[in-house]
Structures are given as structure tokens and as C-alpha cells.
Ligand binder design. Sequence first.
Ligand SMILES: [Zn+2]
Length: 442
Amino acid sequence: MQKPPPALTSFLATPFPALPVLAIIALVLIAPPGATAQNLTVRAGHLVDVEGGSVLRDQEIVVRDGVIERIGPWRGGVGHAPEDSVLDLSDRYVMPGLFDTHTHMSLVVDRKKDGGNFFVTSLLDNTPYRAIQGVANARDMLAAGFTTIRDVGNSGNYGDTALKTAIAEGLVPGPTMHTAGRIIAPFGGQFFLQPEKKSLGEPEYFYADTPGEIVKAVRENLHFGADFIKIVVDDQRYIYSVDEIRLFVEEARRAGTYVSAHCWTEEGARNAIAAGVHTIEHGPYMSNEVLEAAKAAGVWIVGTEFTVEGLSQSFTGDDLSAIEAEHEAFVDRLRRSHALGVRYVFGSDIVYTKEGETRSSLTFTILENFRKAGISPADQLRAMTLNASLMMGLEGERGLIKKGWAADIVAMPSNPLVDTHALEAIDVVLKNGRLFRTAGGI
Ligand SMILES: [Zn+2]
């Protein structure tokens, strides 16, 4: 794990005189998108400024080696390097690539197979198969315009970090990823075991119940490629205390990273905020008092505002009135977070499947709840770009169309500042300046 095998891209970059010419051509032809940087000028008929919530007409974005070099009024094709290709998006709305900050690329809950129980899924599906599911989901997400994602665990034995590595090496297409590795939790994780099968929750969850186990779990995750630490605070009767969570936070901080805390209860969120976590995942039952505490501590809310369908398809239980009440709690918490000025980002937590839909098309359904909570299109776009970038520590790198930032750019036929349904029709996607999808095809 410490030293991954050389990537196809680095192999291609290395002169290899013994290889016959035909073989070299074949390798170049199968080189995946993202293998090398590209210089091009994007002509943007309508450039969406997500920071200011406005649209600039007829602009150009000059991309060099995957990075944005210049933004300004379209110069009519003059002033560019002669070798530059021009991507004409004069009839499109152009904006930064989208972020989904709570994904599980390698978890696919299928009611027909597992009755909607993700514990059953993790038992049926081994890590190699789940890595392949992750490849398919990552490709689908990138094609839909999600150029950066955070994967928060549930991928067997580090399937998420393997996927991240393969994407970064250019072996398969997908968004830029930050990964959590194995989710750390008190004994049992998010499941309910029986005494003769105590290990069934592993490797899906990494149990840590003592200070020593907490430190070891953090270090092992970081060693195997986690970018941040994900913990489950409160899915059992015994929940992590402030002191226990603080131990996670300190150990993560010493390694230069942060803790994301799954919290479902008020008490869990209160403990996590007091201990200094970076994000609260879910948090449907946070009172205004706890939201104010999050605001004061600079904690981000990764809302995962579930639809009624999402709740009923992702978890066991068929009590529709209870599901509807939980859905309303999520929408209400988002509405209150916005009103109180708490920092929040877009995170979908989509894991379920539906006939005729894909991972990405279901991801956009979360925006229904943003609309229901009265969040404006401009604020929705910020939650999916700039704010997500700030939360992930990617300011200056990804999340805006700005000089010096990576050329992660998407385009669509209509204006997302009027209605974010426009995002569902994204048909042009660049990641690191490489054209992954053009209008009319992938
Ligand atoms: Zn989740």
C-alpha cells in the first residue's frame, strides 16, 4: 500500500525503445481521459459566477496544463497560442464542477437483493466487487458534472482509497476524491450483531472502544490512505463521549487532518461539536442551540437531506409516517441552519438504486429538499462548489473558475441561477482541463 505500482500514465511517459511502434499506438489509443493535461481556450457564452451569484456574458477561460491561466472577455479567437484548441460553449452556461461531500461510491443498496439493508449488502458484496461498483459510480458522477467528491467510508477493506488511487493515476475516469477509509465506531458499528457472529461488522466498521484502540484505528486508517477520519458517534445505546471524540480529533490533527462525525441524535452532535470535529454528517435533530454551538465552533453541516424515497429505500423500516417525519426534520434543520448562518455544504448520501436512474441522477434529488427549505439557487450552487471546497480544504485548488485553480468546468443549456434543475442537463465536463464529456456524447 505504501508504494503503489507505476500507473499507465507514467508508463506512457517513459521512453520504452523496446516496444514496437504498433504497440505504442495501441497504448496511446487506450489511454484514458485525464491521462495528460491539455491546453485549450473555453469560450463561455454565459459564465456563472457562483461567488457573486451573477452571470458574465461572452467570456473566455484559458487553460494551461490543467490550470486556469486567464479569464476575461472573449477576444474573438485572437491572442491564443496557435496550438490551442477552442471549446466553443457560446450557447452554454458555464460554471465550476460540482462537489458531493458525502458519497459512498462502493456501496450499492438494492432492495431486490438485500431488502434495503446495507448490512446485508456489505456481507454479500466483497471488496473487489465493490471496487468495480465504485468505478461505475465514479464514472457516472463525473459524467454528470461532479468533479470532486468526498467518500465517507462503507467500502469494505479500503475500496475507496483504491478507487481514489486508480482515478488519480488515470486508470479509470472519476472525480477527484478525498476518502475516509474504514469508518471508526464503538463496538458493532452501525449494525446489531449476535454474540456468535461478532466479526460480521468487520471490515465494514473499525471498532474502537478504548483510548488505545482509538489512536490505533486513526493511525491505521491514515496509513492505508485515508485523507480524513470518519467516526460514528451515536448509532448505539453507548455513544462516544466528548473525551473520546477529542482523542480522535487530537490524533487526526497531529497528522494534519480532521474528523467527520456521523451524528443522528442531539446529544451526539453536542458531544462532537464540544470535542472539535470538523463536520457533522446528517444531524437531523440538531436544536437551534446546538446549531449555534456549531456556528460558534466553525463546524460544517454535511446535511444529507434525505427524500422520503431515499429514507425508505436506503434503510429498513416501512413506517411511512415515521419516515415522513424524519424527512421533514432534515428539511427543517437545513432551513434553520441557513437562517442562523451555520456553514453547510451539499452531501447526498445516495446509496440506493432505482429503475431507470443512476447514482448521479438520484444525487440531484437532494436539491428538492434545498428548494423545499427555501434555499436560493445561488446558495445551492455555493453549497455544491465554493463552500464544499472550503470545507474540504481545497480553497485555491478547486471549486471556482479562477486564475490558478484547476480547470474543473461544466456547462449546460440553461441558467442554474434561475433554477438548479438546469444542473441535471450538464452535457460538458472538464476535469483538470481534460475534456471528459462533450455535448452529444461521452
Ligand atoms: Zn453516509
